[in-house]
Design a protein around this ligand. Structure first.
Ligand code: NAD
Length: 250
């Protein structure tokens, strides 16, 4: 991918752990430089320490002022941005009846507003490099479930926002795609998946297992890279075949 004297630069949100950290590590292995964005300052500082080519930026992606400052700081550091991975997300598990407005807004603020804000702040730089955006949705945005009113709706909106962005940015040769992961045993999923849900997922997924962070990262890095140069506006389900079976979400 890379020219070591002029490496491509990616911005990865939610980079302090889980899928965002795995994506950062894979991009670094492929010769990218990475701006690691997270609101968890202690964890971000700990994991970025010693990652050559990476630089941490503390930012809450749901706060417009934070995002504007982050965009300025990243560009002052790198001078260019070739890819934006909108990965930061929060989990939520509850039906409509239990979801008060504050809870609903908390999910939307990170999962949807964060994608909007980071994209808007960094699109001018991406237009200059003919770069790419990869948004992270979920199979919960493709299939409804009685237990995921806020999370599933936020991720369905991310899928539609991906298509809107692809339509709008195509004339600038900026590609926008979306990865919809199935279940991955990160901190986010462990917090909300009971033993019954884990067993039900194993049954419902043709590959009979959860995904690993690096397996989702591989799909993200592919879509961010020039190897996906004629792919835009797409949703890639990295889900062990779950989406292809038509089985309902546990
Ligand atoms: P994780 O909880 O392990 O990591 C998420 C990271 O995002 C954390 O470091 C957290 O501090 C950061 N973050 C959260 N809100 C933020 C905000 N407002 N501003 C900045 N940083 C913020 O989660 P993960 O499992 O790695 O999930 C990454 C993405 O993948 C999320 O968008 C999630 O919805 C999606 N996803 C995960 C799964 C799964 O099973 N783990 C399945 C489908 C989709």
């Amino acid at each position: 991918m890379t020219n070591s004297s002029n490496p491509p630069v990616a911005v990865v949100t939610g980079a302090a752990r889980g899928i965002g950290l795995a994506t950062t590590q894979l991009l670094l292995e492929d010769g990218w430089h990475v701006a690691m964005i997270d609101r968890d300052e202690p964890e971000l500082m700990k994991v970025s320490n010693g990652l050559t080519g990476a630089r941490p930026f503390v930012c809450d992606v749901s706060v417009p002022e934070d995002v504007d400052q982050m965009a300025r700081q990243v560009l002052a550091w790198s001078g260019r941005i070739d890819a934006l991975v909108n990965n930061a997300g929060v989990a939520d598990f509850g039906p409509m009846a239990d979801t008060d407005f504050k809870r609903w807004r908390t999910v939307m603020e990170t999962n949807l507003d964060g994608v909007f804000l980071c994209s808007q702040a960094l699109i001018p730089a991406l237009k200059q490099t003919h770069g790419a955006i990869v948004n992270i949705a979920s199979i919960s945005g493709l299939r409804a479930s009685t237990l995921r009113v806020a999370y599933g709706t936020s991720k369905a909106a991310v899928i539609h926002l991906t298509k809107q962005q692809a339509a709008e940015l195509g004339e600038h040769n900026v590609r926008v795609n979306c990865v919809a992961p199935g279940p991955v045993r990160t901190k986010l999923a462990i917090a909300v998946h009971s033993p019954e849900i884990i067993a039900a997922y194993h049954d419902a997924i043709p590959l009979n297992r959860y995904g690993a962070e690096h397996e989702i990262a591989q799909a993200i890095v592919f879509l961010a890279s020039p190897k996906a140069s004629y792919i835009t506006g797409q949703v890639l389900a990295a889900d062990g075949g779950f989406e292809s079976t038509g089985v309902g979400l546990p």
